[in-house]
Design a protein around this ligand. Structure first.
Ligand SMILES: Nc1ncnc2c1ncn2[C@@H]1O[C@H](COP(=O)(O)OP(=O)(O)OP(=O)(O)O)[C@@H](O)[C@H]1O
Length: 285
């Protein structure tokens, strides 16, 4: 299948009082339609910066991003973003939060009735149909995140950008959300770029895992193709040698990178444990 999103030789420099800081150097990544790509790397390496360049929030210092043949120069509804901490408007219900996005994208092309149907459809897709008239303060963290995902999906984006979407959730809710996301992905064939610190999550969900080197001047260190059949079941994969091989490969990359930055093995191991969630898939089930 053809390339939908072309992140082409992107450098990103930020001006700082001490002079320019090079966050990214030569990020080059082509994403196909319907592909699920995860970005993983140590804290501060530049994952969010990559996502922000694709979102159009930052302009690359060199290189650029082409979506469907058109260069990205600003944010747009064809690239919906889901953040770690939901960004719902607290005074609006779940329904009304999604409605805002739907009006923005479909206000001129869908009738009122069609928009209502579409909003409800997207909330049902994330299993929020029963609580759609509740406000963010009346629902759990996982439910809020579901609404954020419904809002992003309702825009029918060409690319879904997710910045640690499940990072703030407990392990069980997180596992449910991952399963929901896989179901939705199977149904809608979305193109997704997701940042995660969770190695299991990356292997379970992704078609490819992009591993980034440490900053400054972070770049792509390695790309791992995850050739596990779909639909994927976390329970079955727990004993799958291929699954465990992919998992080990990512952990090794991260560990090696960390060791290079800090040669103290004691500190590396401790940091590794806190920064990367390496729980086994059975625990999350
Ligand atoms: N607006 C900015 N101005 C200056 N430096 C910045 C700016 N945004 C990011 N940086 C720097 O760029 C580097 C990459 O930051 P970024 O937030 O992209 O990393 P990250 O991999 O997403 O981190 P984390 O995993 O902790 O969220 C960091 O050193 C950060 O301090």
């Amino acid at each position: 299948m053809g390339v939908l999103l072309d992140i082409s030789h992107v450098d990103m420099e930020f001006p700082t009082p001490k002079g320019p800081f090079t966050a990214l150097r030569d990020i080059d990544l082509q994403v196909r339609k319907g592909e699920f790509v995860s970005l993983i790397g140590h804290s501060g390496c530049g994952k969010s910066t990559v996502l922000n360049v694709v979102a159009g929030l930052y302009r690359a210092t060199r290189g650029g991003v082409i979506l469907n043949g058109k260069e990205i120069t600003e944010p747009g509804p064809e690239r919906a973003v889901v953040f770690q901490n939901h960004s719902l408007l607290p005074w609006l219900s779940a329904y009304e939060n999604v409605e805002l996005a739907v009006r923005q994208v479909f206000g001129k092309t869908k009738s009122r009735a069609e928009m209502r149907e579409w909003i409800e459809h997207n909330l049902q897709l994330v299993h929020m149909g029963h609580a759609m008239h509740k406000r963010p303060s009346e629902i759990s963290g996982g439910m809020k995140q579901r609404v954020g995902i419904a809002r992003a999906l309702s825009m029918q984006p060409k690319v879904l950008l997710m910045d640690e979407p499940f990072g703030a959730l407990d392990a069980l809710t997180r596992a449910h959300m991952q399963d929901s996301l896989m179901e939705i992905q199977a149904e809608l064939n979305n193109t997704v770029i997701m940042i995660t610190h969770d190695v299991d999550e990356a292997v379970l969900l992704s078609d490819r895992i992009v591993m980034m080197t440490n900053g400054p001047a972070a770049t792509i260190g390695e790309i791992l193709d995850i050739q596990l059949e779909r639909p994927r079941s976390r329970l079955e994969l727990a004993d799958d040698p291929h699954y465990n091989g992919y998992r080990a490969r990512v952990l090794k990359f991260l560990h090696e990178r960390h060791s290079k930055r800090d040669p103290s093995p004691k500190k590396s191991a401790a940091d590794e444990k806190t920064k990367f969630e390496t729980k086994s898939v059975e625990h999350a089930a």
